[in-house]
Design a binder for this molecule. Structure first.
Ligand code: TYD
Length: 206
C-alpha cells in the first residue's frame, strides 16, 4: 500500500476543530481510507503529560521559549512514535493542531517570531510535513465567546484578545505563504457548510 496522507486542522479557540476532525475522519473512512485521528500537544503518553504542563494554568509564568521547546518535545515523540509509523503503514493521519500552531501561538501570540519555530521544524523529517492544512478561521471575539462556554479556561484560553488577534494574524500569514498546502475555511459559517469546504479540500487528495 502507498503511504497515507497527512492532514492537519488549525484555528483559534472555539473554531470547532475537534468536531470537524471527527467528521473528516468519517468522510475519509467512507472513501475506504484507514484513518488515525490524533492531536497536539499530545498523542503519546509523554506528549499527554507535556500537554497537561502546557495547558494547566500555573502561578508562575512559563518563558515563551520554554513553551515552544515543550511543544516540540511533545511533537518529536508524536512524529517518531505515531505519525510516521502510521503514514508508513498506509494510514491517513488527521491531526488536530501541528507545527503551524507553534508559528501562530509561540511565534505570533508570544512574540517569538517565526525564526525559532522554523529552526525546530527543520529538525523534523521531511515526510512529517502535512499534505493539507485546513485553517478554520473566524473572528477572535466569536471564537473566544464559543470557547468560554466549554468550562474552565486553559492557559491559552485565558490570554487576552490581543494575544489571540496575533495568533490569528500569524495563521493567516502562514496560509498566504503556502497557498498550495493551506485551505482557509470560514469557521463562522454553519457547521454543514464548513464541513463541505473541508471535504472538498480533502477530497482533492483522494
Ligand atoms: P486545543 O487544541 O484548543 O484543545 P481543546 O480544543 O481541547 O481546548 O488546545 C491546545 C492549545 O495548545 C491551544 O490553545 C493552542 C496551544 N498550542 C500552542 O500554543 N502551540 C502548539 O504548537 C500547539 C500544538 C498547541
Amino acid at each position: 500500500m502507498n503511504g497515507g496522507r497527512f492532514i492537519t486542522l488549525e484555528g483559534l479557540e472555539g473554531a470547532g476543530k475537534s468536531s470537524r476532525a471527527v467528521e473528516l475522519k468519517a468522510f475519509l473512512e467512507r472513501h475506504g481510507k484507514p484513518v488515525l485521528l490524533t492531536r497536539e500537544p499530545g498523542g503519546t503518553p509523554l506528549g499527554e503529560r507535556l500537554r497537561e504542563l502546557l495547558l494547566t494554568p500555573a502561578d508562575t509564568p512559563m518563558a515563551p521559549l520554554t513553551e515552544l521547546l515543550l511543544m516540540f518535545a511533545a511533537r518529536s515523540e508524536h512524529v517518531t512514535r505515531v505519525i510516521l509509523p502510521a503514514l508508513d503503514a498506509g494510514q491517513w493521519v488527521v491531526c488536530d493542531r501541528y507545527v503551524d500552531a507553534s508559528y501562530a501561538y509561540q511565534g505570533g501570540g508570544r512574540g517569538l517570531g517565526a525564526a525559532p519555530v522554523a529552526a525546530l521544524e527543520a529538525l523534523l523529517p521531511p515526510r512529517a510535513r502535512p499534505d493539507l492544512t485546513v485553517l478554520l478561521d473566524l473572528p477572535v471575539e466569536t471564537g473566544l465567546a464559543r470557547a468560554s462556554k466549554r468550562g474552565a479556561a486553559d492557559r491559552f484560553e485565558r490570554e487576552t484578545v490581543e494575544f489571540h488577534a496575533r495568533v490569528r494574524a500569524a495563521y493567516l500569514d502562514r496560509a498566504q505563504q503556502a497557498p498550495q498546502r493551506y485551505c482557509v475555511v470560514d469557521a463562522a459559517a454553519d457547521p454543514a457548510a464548513v464541513q463541505a469546504d473541508i471535504e472538498r479540500a480533502a477530497g482533492a487528495l483522494l
